[in-house]
Design a protein around this ligand. Structure first.
Ligand SMILES: N=c1c2ncn([C@@H]3O[C@H](COP(=O)(O)OP(=O)(O)OP(=O)(O)O)[C@@H](O)[C@H]3O)c2ncn1[C@@H]1O[C@H](COP(=O)(O)O)[C@@H](O)[C@H]1O
Length: 87
């Protein structure tokens, strides 16, 4: 189990070290347009799960949306602090 901040730190490390086989590295290399499409796709899956699926499936979809949002943030170069300042 990990927190939002811990996942962000892990993804930043993937971006810096670029380990072989990392899906995050591939997603970052795909660029902001592709990253944005993934955010939208996962947001749609969250919506569908919220209306029609189990709590467990909804939690899975939310986790994937959070991951995709973090990839987009790193792709654009914004930090957790940039976001938290707006909360
Ligand atoms: N939390 C996630 C995570 N959530 C979602 N995903 C990716 O998103 C996919 C699910 O999204 P989709 O529904 O779009 O499924 P899909 O269309 O089959 O996926 P793709 O073909 O687009 O990869 C998963 O198969 C993963 O590829 C994630 N990939 C990685 N993480 C975590 O990120 C960290 C770094 O991962 P790596 O970069 O892979 O080492 C690790 O802690 C991972 O657990």
């Amino acid at each position: 189990m990990k927190t939002f901040d811990e996942l962000y730190a892990e993804l930043l490390d993937r971006a810096a070290t670029r380990p072989e086989g990392s899906g995050t590295v591939a997603a970052l290399d795909a660029g902001v347009h592709a990253q944005g499409k993934k955010v939208l796709e996962e947001a749609g899956e969250v919506w569908i799960a919220a209306e029609h699926e189990s709590d467990e499936q909804l939690a899975l979809e939310v986790s994937q949306l959070l991951y995709r949002v973090q990839v987009l943030m790193i792709g654009r170069g914004i930090t957790l602090e940039d976001v938290y300042r707006q909360l």
